[in-house]
Design a protein around this ligand. Sequence first.
Ligand code: EPU
Length: 418
Amino acid sequence: MDQIVIKGGRPLNGEVSISGAKNAALPMIAATILTGGAFVFQNVPNLKDIDTICRLLADLGAKTEFSGSTARIDTTGLDRHEASYDLVRKMRASVLVLGPLLARLKRARVSLPGGCAIGARPINMHLEGLEKLGAKISLAHGYVEARAERLRGGEIFFDIPTVTGTENIMMAAALAEGTTVIRNAAREPEIIALADMLNQMGADIRDAGTTVITIHGVKSLQPVSARIIGDRIEAGTYMVAAALTGGKIRLAGVDPSHLKPVIHKLREAGAAIESNDTVITVEGGGAIRSVDIKTLPYPGFPTDMQAQFMVLMSVAGGLSVISESIFENRFIHVSELRRMGADITISGNHAMVKGVKRLSGAPVMATDLRASASLVLAGLAAENTTHISRIYHLDRGYEAIEKKFAALGAVIERVPSV
Ligand code: EPU
């Protein structure tokens, strides 16, 4: 298996172009299931997870074609309703096909995702929401089987805001008869991006981006062309890299308003940040201050940035408490960071991070995407060499990560397996 090898300790400087957001592209590609026709997407990131959703669509009978960052998806011939275990186990977000399959084909059979490295991650709220819209759901042989001759509007109250759950219900409700109200909806920018696309297709979705989303069902939808928004988590990762290595990085291609909590915490930690509507500049170099973090649903501090921020705190000037409130097991990077010299103790969902002077390079590996990104950051800041294995996790969510860091002055390379 390939490794990433980093010789750390250099400040990173220059400009980086942020790719399209994985977590916006996935539901938007799933939304093509809702109607037959030719869709075009621009700014699609070249990632494993995007391959996986496209393979899933091809399995269902769609045609998919890539050229650079443009994806063409033709769902005219889509007529199968099953998402296999093989694809769902590769990527939990495959469950995003459930709502649209049910709306278009009136039935769906989707493998139940198992637990994953960061937590149990059930999909009960997706299923309860679809039942509220009139679907009959059963679980058999590890699959969710859903049927609905006719979806009708309903009122859904999520116990906790769920991102893909909100997306699944928005897609199913777009073609339901009558009005659906989602209360305690997730408010992530990716939800707004999906609602914008669905509305462009002819749906009537109001107030996406707030906690109460209203969807007036329509009879039919049309294919569209859409552009994927910039990836706020990829951007946040490069922003931490600037603060961590004492460099200066200019980021283009992401909306700074999606990064408010990250910008706020990085400033508290001592980074200088300037931004206009399209560009963010982050400069480190001064003392890194310890700050506390608690992950929360948007617009709170994102759980997808927790591991990366922990690396920054591991070389800060004092004690930082990092609380993870979204996933129950999202500290898997801690034991690897400890092997690189970080002083971190865990108590329940809190990590106490006592800043050390310097991290030291080591062979490490991780079992989750953002944990892997945190190890790349740690390697960039550490003295000597860090070898990161199991990097297929990185390829799921970071486009050309070693090339982008190398262009900023990092000594980093992908070493193919022998
Ligand atoms: N939850 C339930 N029941 C459900 C659904 C969720 O209990 O039916 C719980 C989850 O276990 C978790 C919380 O609700 O404790 C929130 O999870 P959510 O459903 O919002 O997560 P998700 O939709 O599965 C998306 C992102 C994740 C990101 C989370 C939180 C996509 C494709 N994935 O997952 O992204 O961490 O929201 O912001 O949008 C990543 O990109 O690395 C990643 C894991």
